[in-house]
Design a protein around this ligand. Structure first.
Ligand code: SAH
Ligand code: SF4
Length: 338
């Protein structure tokens, strides 16, 4: 039995099943989620005999840190290995002026969506992660650093809305067992409409981030094959419905690719498209991925693009590049040892 990822109720059922008192479950829970231990032997307020008994049938975790890389800007990238040998990457970001520690987690091994600018999509899709494997990513960070993760973004490998049941269950565990509130969690999607509708009906309080990256159907189709299945105008209706149902402001993610989607006419068209959607905009200067010829935007174009959107009344931020020296920046995760 792997203890990490179990709820307090499940731990209670487990310990009473081996004739221990319910209180032991609280202690174990505290060791796993607050003290972030890796081993049953570290649970020093349990008697030696009980620990020995526990070790015969259980372990804290079966997930290994295979590679750990630390960037100049202190971003850490982990390559984690699950017992079946499959690996994913998880990134820990610190923002110097805040006490926040943000984990960027993966939801799938690989990704089937295959956006042209993203390294993850290049390797194809392998499988969904189960909810415990998602939770393990945050716990692995906590065990390794001894720090508490305060925010989670589903912006690692995979498309979270194509693995929604496991993502929702992981969020429940983040909320209840790890005390990471729903509002400190962001789900980023390439625009899977049925998933967005499901989130709207659940009135989830987490932030929804949409990888839009283009201002019209023709442009979006060139970089995101998902546009053929879920076209931008239908996406817009789903987003409007989402905002109506949840009352939450969404985030629009927009990669700026030099000479492709960072021009003045595109900025104006985008401002028009987003006019009636309650959203903030996060501009992401393209990060290089070896497999394609896209170029980073230049600073003047980024500022002009930002200005035009701000002029339309939106709040616009430019995403800081994190961990590019260790290939941990957006779109650079490929899940392989380099
Ligand atoms: N699959 C989900 C979540 C993971 S990707 C999604 O696509 O939304 C997280 C963000 O990084 C997305 O907005 C994605 O479009 C962006 N991204 C992918 N490749 C990138 C690259 N080469 N440079 C900058 N951002 C990239
Ligand atoms: Fe998948 Fe997101 Fe990468 Fe597109 S950007 S291939 S949806 S991980």
């Amino acid at each position: 039995m792997i203890l990490a990822g179990m709820t307090l109720n499940e731990l209670e059922d487990f310990v009473t099943g081996i004739k221990a008192t319910k209180f032991r479950a609280k202690q174990i829970h505290n060791w796993i989620y607050s003290k972030s231990v890796s081993d049953i032997d570290e649970m020093t307020n349990l008697s030696k005999d009980f620990r020995e008994e526990l070790k015969k049938i259980a372990a804290v975790t079966d997930t290994k840190i295979k590679v750990k890389q630390v960037s100049k800007d202190s971003t850490i990238k982990y390559l984690l290995e699950y017992p079946d040998g499959d690996c994913v990457e998880t990134v820990l970001m610190r923002f110097d002026n805040r006490a926040n520690l943000t984990a960027c987690v993966s939801s799938q091994v690989g990704c089937a969506v295959n956006c042209s600018f993203c390294a993850t999509g290049k390797g194809g899709f392998k499988r969904n992660l189960n909810y415990k494997e998602i939770v393990e990513q945050v716990l692995a960070i906590q065990r390794d650093t001894g720090l508490k993760v305060t925010n989670v973004v589903f912006m690692g490998q995979g498309e979270p809305l194509l693995n929604l049941d496991n993502v929702l269950k992981a969020i429940e565990i983040f909320n209840n067992e790890l005390q990471i509130g729903a509002r400190r969690i962001t789900i980023s999607t390439s625009g899977i409409i049925p998933g967005i509708k499901k989130l709207a009906s659940l009135e989830l309080q987490s932030t929804l981030a949409i990888s839009l990256h283009a201002s019209n159907h023709e442009l979006r189709k060139q970089i995101m094959p998902i546009e053929n299945k879920y076209p931008i105008n239908e996406l817009k209706s789903a987003l409007t419905e989402y905002v109506q149902k949840t009352g939450r402001r969404i985030t629009i993610e927009y990669i700026l690719i030099h000479g492709f989607n960072d021009t003045v006419p595109v900025a104006k068209e985008l401002a028009g498209f987003l006019k009636d959607i309650k959203c903030n905009i996060n501009l992401i200067p393209y990060n290089s991925v070896i497999e394609n010829d896209y170029k980073k935007p230049n600073n003047a174009d980024i500022m002009k693009f930002k200005y035009l959107l701000e002029h339309s009344g939106k709040k616009v931020t430019v995403r800081l590049e994190r961990g590019a020296d260790i290939d941990a920046a957006c779109g650079q995760l490929r899940g392989k040892q380099v």
